[in-house]
Design a protein around this ligand. Structure first.
Ligand SMILES: [Mg+2]
Length: 181
């Protein structure tokens, strides 16, 4: 089984860190709480006049490098790595169009959180539909690209993707049951 695993809001807590930074940088400005987010894009949750504030946070030089792991993700990936019959890769897209910081930081985070053995299992692409695999675990419910993917999409469950019609969904609490391993 080739397993492709997304990074932001699946392995690393992008949204949680974004909210923490927002509260620090803009204590007087309202923000969208995790459970209140509707839709995949964080920036689209905010009115136009806030977009500069949003971008300033996640394009900051240190933002991507210091993202904390999602609960249970490190333990799950370490266990997946030991399982015969599973070949797992991290499959992630850098921020766009300002990709400079996030690209390098994804490699550094994988090394720091998971170790060198995962660094050469990191696939960075803006088109996940051309990557081969049996399953893709991703919090984005609508993954589009240039091809018809040969993987089955398993949505990583988050409050903002619960209106998705995708059949399978999992978290790091029930992944073994959903994947039947
Ligand atoms: Mg993601």
């Amino acid at each position: 089984m080739i397993l492709l695993i997304d990074m932001d809001d699946v392995i690393t807590d992008f949204e949680g860190e974004f909210i923490e930074k927002w509260k620090l940088c803009y204590p007087d400005k309202p923000y969208v709480k995790s459970g209140d987010r509707r839709g995949f894009s964080i920036i689209r949750q905010y009115p136009e006049e806030f977009h500069g504030f949003v971008k300033r946070i996640y394009h900051d030089r240190n933002f991507c490098r210091n993202l904390p792991p999602v609960d249970g993700s490190i333990e799950a990936l370490r266990e997946i790595q030991t399982m015969p019959g599973i070949d797992a890769f991290i499959c992630s897209s850098p921020l766009f169009p300002n990709f400079t910081n996030s690209t390098l930081d994804k490699f550094i985070r994988v090394k720091n959180h998971l170790g060198e053995s995962w660094v050469n299992r990191l696939i960075l692409t803006y088109d996940k539909t051309v990557i081969t695999g049996d399953f893709l675990i991703d919090d984005n419910p609508d993954i589009i690209g240039s091809s018809t993917p040969n993987w089955e999409h398993i949505v990583y469950d988050q409050p903002y993707n619960r209106n998705s019609k995708t059949v399978k969904r999992l978290t790091w609490k029930n992944w073994k049951k959903v994947l039947s391993v």
